[in-house]
Ligand binder design. Structure first.
Ligand code: ADP
Ligand code: ASP
Ligand code: MG
Length: 407
């Protein structure tokens, strides 16, 4: 007998018919003698709808109340799945975030999980009851509801699996696993049977939303065995594993893209020591994540341009911070472009192979795609390009690194 956590995403939970399909899978695992905890997302589109209500109610909605609203989507699906399971003769009940409880930090809309209470959960599982847990939601120390950031149900599932020391954490979604790139953009993307934690972490952090970045971070730290697989087929999925479990390591594991990027350029910044701190200090204080940074050499010896990217969703705030600090920074003009996208290639093979970046630059140049900024890490190269070339660039790179499936 195993203890397993099964997580079902929004598409898998979209409507009662699909919830019946989910319940059938859960029933199969329970009847095979396993203890089963299920973590569910809201129905596809529901969280967007709830976010929309909050924005309409007030553009500056109180983050604590925003969480009360957006956490509700998962409450609905957890109750519905418990009802359907019961109707199929499976003992089941829901356990909301505040009932377990899932303790989190107080940073509303992007809270971090501190710990998951397991006493009641363990008792329920031991009594043969399926526990249905809404993902994405938690509770602060002073009793307020929080949410974990978009895609956060993955992190809920891994946290529950870690707390229960589960044998497996199966993440059911609308594709058959982790692919060499988003299969919705590149039909010739290949499913990976295994991917290392490190590569999955890097891919997620540069935009591959198949798993939320924090869920991979947590799985790596707590050694949770994560498998990504489809709710709609019985094909084997992708296992996220340690590097030594991958026998033949490819040079590149995958290509990812991120549309949530905006480029900011400060034109004619005085070139003096400390000026960069006057730009990025206030942005950090405002909790704005700066990603790529390019600083040019001062052509005239006195002024320089500084370019960087911020998430598009934080552009308005970034602009306000920079304008408020115009006096201290002393730039001439602010140039903003939010029609950009970031493309990244990721692979642990890069550590021991030269030329990965060169292949990327050459392939994009051959298609006339201009690179606006570049960043690298040990196992990743990212470039910023005009958003209109995004799909073309992903396809070109996927081919250039030999990732296309055989036709
Ligand atoms: P869920 O609602 O199940 O959490 P998500 O929409 O959050 O599902 O994540 C699954 C989606 O991730 C897929 O439909 C796919 O379009 C996208 N995706 C992006 N990159 C990849 C990749 N490398 N492999 C698989 N899916 C990817
Ligand atoms: N429902 C939430 C979202 O859409 C959490 C999740 O599905 O993982 O972001
Ligand atoms: Mg998701």
């Amino acid at each position: 007998m195993s203890l397993i956590v099964m997580k079902f995403g929004g598409t898998s939970m979209a409507g009662i018919e699909r919830i019946r399909g989910v319940a059938a899978r859960v029933k199969r695992e329970a009847e095979a003698g396993n203890q089963v905890a299920v973590v569910v997302s809201a129905m596809a589109g529901e969280t967007d709808r709830l976010v929309g209500f909050c924005k309409e109610a007030s553009p500056l909605a109180d983050p604590a109340e925003y969480d009360v609203v957006v956490a509700s989507g998962e409450q609905v699906t957890s109750g519905l799945l418990a009802i359907v399971l019961q109707s199929m003769g499976v003992k089941a009940r829901s356990w909301l975030g505040w009932q377990l409880p899932v303790h989190t930090s107080g940073s509303h809309s992007k809270a971090r999980i501190h710990d998951v209470g397991t006493d009641a959960l363990r008792a329920a599982l031991a009594a043969g009851e399926v526990a249905v847990i809404p993902g994405f939601q938690g509770l602060t120390d002073d009793g307020r509801v929080t949410t974990l950031g978009r895609g956060g149900s993955d992190t809920s599932a891994v946290a529950v699996a870690a707390a229960l020391k589960a044998d497996r954490c199966d993440i059911y979604t609308d594709v058959e696993g982790v692919f060499t790139t988003d299969p919705r953009i590149v039909p010739r993307a290949r499913k990976l049977s295994k991917i290392t934690y490190e590569e999955m972490l890097e891919l997620a952090s540069v935009g591959a939303k198949v798993l939320q970045t924090r869920s991979v971070e947590l799985a790596m730290k707590e050694k949770v065995r994560v498998q990504v697989l489809s709710s709609f087929s019985d094909e084997p999925g992708t296992l996220v594993v340690d590097e030594d479990e991958v026998v033949e390591q490819e040079l590149i594991a995958g290509v990812a893209y991120d549309r949530n990027e905006a480029k900011v350029t400060l034109i004619s910044v005085p070139d003096r020591p400390g000026v960069v701190a006057t730009i990025f200090g206030p942005l950090a204080d405002a909790n704005i994540n700066v990603d790529m940074i390019v600083q040019n050499i001062a052509a005239d010896g006195r002024t320089t341009d500084v370019t960087f990217t911020v998430p598009r969703t934080e552009l308005a705030r970034a602009k306000a911070v920079l304008e408020a600090n115009l006096g201290a920074i002393g730039y001439e003009r602010l140039d903003i472009n939010d029609e950009v996208a970031k493309i990244s290639v990721v692979g642990v093979g890069m550590r021991s192979h030269a030329g990965v970046a060169a292949t990327m630059f050459r392939s994009l140049a051959e298609r006339g795609i201009n690179i606006l900024a570049i960043t690298t890490s040990e196992i990743k190269v990212s470039v910023l390009i005009a958003e209109e070339y995004l799909e073309l660039a992903v396809r070109v790179l996927h081919t250039a690194y030999g990732l296309d499936a055989a036709a």
